[in-house]
Design a protein around this ligand. Structure first.
Ligand code: SAH
Ligand code: TMP
Ligand code: ZN
Length: 411
């Protein structure tokens, strides 16, 4: 367990939000890039870093001690395509309708920017209605996919350099929207400042991300991986964005990604906080989201969860059950590498994303197979790595359940 020890003296860095010194409260050990599915020939040159979460007592942000260089994660071979989930397609269509009805209806020719638009899952709804929009997305392969549906995308990382180009070519925006992206960007102050500059004086910023309170309560530690440099609470985002004249006025819980929060900010500082936001901030305080002891408890819960999971998998192995993984999610990389689960315990992982087929999982090198390899053989237990898509998957897997198949999760 050498790599699971912490060196408090050595592990000190500046908080990405407030620049105070922070240290990790635990380590998940040596981790590869969560979405770097690889071929056998690349095993030897695989990249690893220590996955260690920190909590800043000064600004209450939850962040990684170290994040790999974004260029290592987001590039022309990025493996995550948003549209692989039917329920997420529905979620984003609803998100679009809600934005239009609540914020854009009164505007004659609104302009919407999405940061991290991926394969266009949200913006294609705007494009279909002829609404002026712009996606900013560094992963060229997923951006290319979005163009097929009429989405206008600029390939690049959002930040102070790109906004000059956007302002001169498009002008200021009425709305900036992000889903599961703000938590990916390490230079959070630069992003907040740039968004504030790119919005007109009546503009709104809306983003949603996995919610810290859900992660802590459910012990869904698999939300912690390289891409998620932050996991936000309402308290932490309020602290970050209000410094840049973006006032937090609402927070709306979402079921996506196992528990997310949608935050609404505006440049119109006279707008008051919603009663719902006040309740959410109260709830966070009651759970002691601002106290270090909460994170010490979380660490214990993770360790307990790991022991439990390994016991279950070892028992299944003894019983000679055929155990496979269901969906090679980014989150699964943390579970597999933290718990050291390899192909002794899980035969293979099935996934519907073509780019992942005939590769191996990062770090633990479990083979990834197409869906037919799962549906055409006898599987006893499926480890549901996509537990956030449970509703959609249960509907699809009635046959598997009927013949006695069992789903297992680490939660
Ligand atoms: N919005 C989509 C995709 C989320 S995955 C959804 O909710 O399903 C995160 C996306 O953010 C990836 O497509 C990644 O390439 C992109 N991304 C990461 N860093 C970024 C940055 N600095 N600027 C813009 N996009 C970024
Ligand atoms: P996510 O949990 O990060 O959204 O990743 C979802 C992954 O799950 C993606 O690789 C596609 C895969 N998946 C399946 O293999 N089958 C399914 O039915 C669903 C919904 C997702
Ligand atoms: Zn801080």
């Amino acid at each position: 367990m050498k790599n699971l020890t912490l060196n408090k003296n050595k592990n000190v860095r500046k908080c990405r939000v407030c620049s105070k010194n922070i240290s990790p409260f635990m380590t998940f050990g040596k981790m590869p890039i969560a979405n770097a599915f690889l071929k056998k020939k690349d095993f030897k040159k695989e990249y690893f870093f220590n996955l260690m979460p920190c909590f800043c007592k000064n600004c209450y942000s939850f962040q990684l001690f170290k994040q790999p260089d974004p260029k290592k994660m987001f590039h022309k071979n990025y493996a995550f395509f948003s549209k692989t989930s039917k329920n997420m397609r529905i979620h984003f269509e609803d998100f679009y309708k809600w934005i239009k009805k609540t914020y854009l209806l009164k505007k004659k020719t609104p302009f919407v920017i999405e940061i991290g638009s991926n394969d266009g899952i949200l913006l294609e709804n705007f494009a279909k209605k002829g609404i002026k929009h712009l996606g900013i997305e560094p992963s060229a392969n997923v951006a290319k996919e979005s163009a097929k549906n009429g989405v206008n995308t600029l390939v690049g990382f959002f930040g102070k350099n790109i906004i000059k180009k956007v302002l001169s070519n498009y002008g200021k925006a009425d709305m900036v929207v992000l889903a599961n992206v703000m938590c990916h960007i390490p230079k959070i102050n630069e992003v907040a400042k740039s968004i504030s500059e790119i919005l007109n004086k009546e503009g709104y910023l809306i983003f949603e991300d996995p919610y810290l309170l859900d992660v802590l309560k459910k012990v869904s530690y698999d939300q912690i991986y390289d891409e998620h440099v932050f996991i936000f609470s309402a308290l932490s985002v309020k602290n970050i964005f209000e410094k840049y004249d973006l006032k937090l006025i609402d927070a709306i819980p979402q079921e996506t990604h196992g528990g997310s929060m949608r935050y609404v900010f505006t440049k119109k500082l006279e707008i008051t906080e919603s009663p719902r936001l006040k309740r959410i901030l109260e709830k966070e305080k009651k759970y002691k989201i601002h106290k270090s002891e909460t994170y010490r408890n979380f660490k214990k819960n993770c360790e307990f969860s790991k022991v439990n999971l390994l016991k279950k998998l070892q028992k299944l192995k003894k019983l000679k059950k055929n155990v496979v993984g269901y969906a090679a999610t980014s989150k699964s990389t943390t579970i597999l590498n933290y718990c050291k689960i390899n192909k002794n315990l899980i035969n293979f992982i099935t996934d519907t994303t073509p780019i992942k087929h005939d590769t191996f999982s990062p770090g633990m090198h479990i083979p990834i197979k197409p869906y037919k390899d799962f549906s055409e053989i006898d599987v006893d237990t499926a480890f549901l790595f996509a537990w956030n898509h449970k509703k959609e998957i249960m509907k699809k897997e009635k046959k598997f359940l009927k013949k006695g198949g069992v789903f297992l999760t680490h939660l």
